[in-house]
Ligand binder design. Structure first.
Ligand code: CO
Length: 291
């Protein structure tokens, strides 16, 4: 009886030691491997690629030794691209692959414009990976406009990059995407802050508030006769080409032209301008500072 008791205790001690050795080895694990995952909504338009290329180039310049991966949050865009033979991962797939490749520290950088639905879905996903414990650290970086400090930088970036030939009595109309998400309020907040510096700059949205009719009324009231139309989206894709600059009756160009405002569309996404890209890169740097 006593003998069996000793054997039993020794077996437990053995299992305990084996477990400790195994977890110590696991604890030591592979050395630190840092990676960056850039996450955009995505676009299937050829004209959008210049924006993504610019962000990719600037990210690699800021972090030359760290592998950079891409993912698109829009499954519609991913499916469209897949039909053209271009495979882009969803963020969860990209993260699973990075986990399998042994990355220990992952910076997920949102390339969205506001803290909207896409950003919050991404936040939940990063939280899930965090819970899973596959990475030592996984942190999500803010989109373009998250803090008041960002708003100030965005206002400066807009003022620096509006067309040089534009006269003060001519308007600049920025077309944001807009959303049903509560963060839609960022667009009106941006218009307020930019108008403190230049009352002829307007911010509207395609799918939220303010709508084009809201800003049209303001422009008519201010006697605007000419306006430069620019997308306030990272890429000049479908919305910029069609909803903003298209010839359809309900495009912004048509709506404003009918109101007596001569329109000059500029098909350039915010990510084509370094002043905007630097804001995303600053957010990524803030994340990397934790690694
Ligand atoms: Co859209």
């Amino acid at each position: 009886m006593v003998k069996r008791g000793i054997v039993f205790i020794m077996a437990i001690i053995f299992i305990f030691i084996a477990f400790s050795v195994a977890s110590a080895a696991h604890g030591k694990k592979q050395e630190t491997k840092k990676g960056i995952l850039l996450v955009a909504f995505g676009s299937s338009e050829e004209s959008a690629q210049v924006s993504f290329d610019n962000i990719d180039k600037k990210t690699k310049a800021a972090f030359p030794d760290i592998p950079v991966y891409w993912a698109y949050t829009s499954h519609i865009i991913r499916n469209k691209l897949a039909k053209q033979g271009k495979v882009l991962d969803a963020p969860e797939v990209a993260l699973a692959k990075m986990m399998a490749e042994g990355f220990t520290h992952v910076a997920v950088q949102s390339l969205h414009t506001i803290l909207g639905e896409e950003y919050h879905d991404l936040r939940k996903m990063v939280g899930a990976f965090n819970q899973m414990g596959g990475f030592e650290k996984i942190i999500l970086g803010y989109p373009l406009m998250a803090t008041q400090d960002d708003m100030v930088k965005v206002v400066d970036a807009i003022l620096k990059n509006i067309p040089k030939e534009r006269k003060p009595n001519e308007a600049v109309v920025l077309m944001g995407h807009g959303t049903h998400h509560p963060s839609n309020a960022f667009y009106a907040a941006l218009m307020f802050q930019i108008q403190l510096k230049d009352p002829n700059i307007f911010v509207g949205t395609v799918e939220g508030y303010p709508e084009v009719d809201d800003i049209k009324e303001l422009m008519v009231k201010q006697g605007v006769k000419k306006a430069y139309l620019m997308p306030f989206m990272s890429v000049a894709g479908d919305h910029a080409k069609n909803d903003m600059a298209g010839d359809e009756d309900d495009s912004w160009k048509s709506v404003l032209t009918k109101a007596g405002i001569e329109c000059r569309p500029i098909l350039k996404g915010t990510a084509e301008f370094d002043d905007f890209v630097n804001i995303w890169i600053d957010h990524l740097k803030a994340v990397m500072a934790h690694f």
